[in-house]
Design a protein around this ligand. Structure first.
Ligand code: FES
Length: 323
């Protein structure tokens, strides 16, 4: 058993083109053996050369520890992660991968699961569709991308859906001739009571989905973001106290709490630095955090037991963390 927060050494087994600007990777445990298991919707932190850590959703539905499959979109404004994968990663290369975490869990008991994907947001939803099919649960997938050529895994997903006994899919090519924007309002309005709805895609799509679903029970709406809606706000200064190391340090306006901690030599796992992956969650002992992430639930934010230090700050003059 590998403890949470630990890593496992993996080797890049295969790399293939999954769409324009999208590479698919298959990772196996270096030296053989099994990998930590995971469930549909999970992601792993990949430790790339140059100290870059990025989170990627797993494509396989659920796995007994044989491999991790993931797809990496080359982002035009890459901060280094996707550029590194596309330009320098090679088959046979060894990397560290974090233990899979799941902030986007599938409710496997729902009468119907409606999956809405935008672009590379297909990755966790593809995992869910496969899992639901294997369980014999009803599902429908709405997949939007600019063109068919830019839609990762499209042929694989279409072939799976056409052979499916429990699900169906609709693809929306929004920038092709005759293409239309995905109608999120109608998708949500037509969902029967008791259906669970999931969305992963660009920030504006997820925001529109949340808005369209605002009257439905919160427990039946699930979203995951792969980009933040807004840059991290670093206004306001406070002091952070660390109980384990017995240190205190100022967090000035213009600096993130994570940056201050890392510069002070405090090891804090992190990846997206946008409040969307959950890897920098830290226990709070005292003080009132100003939660600005998209990971914690409203209830978790009210409880103030943890915070995500890459983007959240303090409402109180100081915070005491279990670090
Ligand atoms: S590093 Fe991803 S949520 Fe903080």
């Amino acid at each position: 058993m590998i403890p949470a927060g630990d890593t496992v050494e993996v080797v890049v087994q295969t790399m293939s083109v999954a769409a324009d600007d999208v590479l698919m990777l298959e990772l196996r445990r270096a030296g053989g053996g099994t990998l930590p298991t995971f469930a549909a919707g999970a992601h792993v932190d990949l430790h790339l050369p140059g100290g870059i850590v990025r989170s990627y959703s797993l494509l396989n539905p659920m796995d007994a520890g044989t491999c991790y499959r993931l797809a990496v979109h080359r982002h035009p404004s890459s901060r280094g992660g996707s550029r590194c994968v596309h330009e320098s990663l090679r088959v046979g290369q060894h990397l560290l991968a974090g233990v899979p975490r799941n902030e986007f869990e599938l409710d496997e008991c729902a009468s119907l699961s409606i999956l809405v994907a935008g672009g590379i947001g297909i990755t966790p939803l593809w995992s869910m569709a496969q899992r639901l099919e294997s369980l014999g649960r009803a599902w429908e997938l709405h997949y939007a991308a600019r063109t068919r050529g830019k839609a990762a895994l499209l042929s694989e997903v279409e072939a799976f859906a056409s052979a499916s006994r429990h699900g169906r899919m609709q693809f929306h090519a929004t920038r092709e001739a005759g293409g239309r924007r995905i109608d999120l309002v109608s998708i949500v309005a037509l969902a029967p009571a008791g259906a669970h709805l999931y969305c992963c895609g660009p920030a504006e799509m997820v925001d529109a989905f949340v808005e369209a679903a605002c009257d439905r029970p919160r427990s039946e709406i699930h979203v995951e973001r792969f980009e933040s809606a807004a840059p991290v706000d670093t206004a306001g200064a406070f002091t952070v106290h660390l109980v384990r190391s017995g240190r205190s340090m100022p967090v000035p306006a213009g600096r993130t709490l994570l940056a201050v901690l890392v510069e002070s030599g405090i090891a804090v796992p992190h990846s997206c630095e946008q409040g969307i992956c959950g890897s920098c969650e830290v226990p709070v002992i005292d003080g009132q955090p100003d939660h600005r992430d998209s990971v914690l639930t409203d209830r978790e934010k009210q409880a103030n037991r943890t915070m995500l230090v890459c983007c959240s700050r303090a409402k109180s003059a100081s915070l005491t963390l279990d670090l």
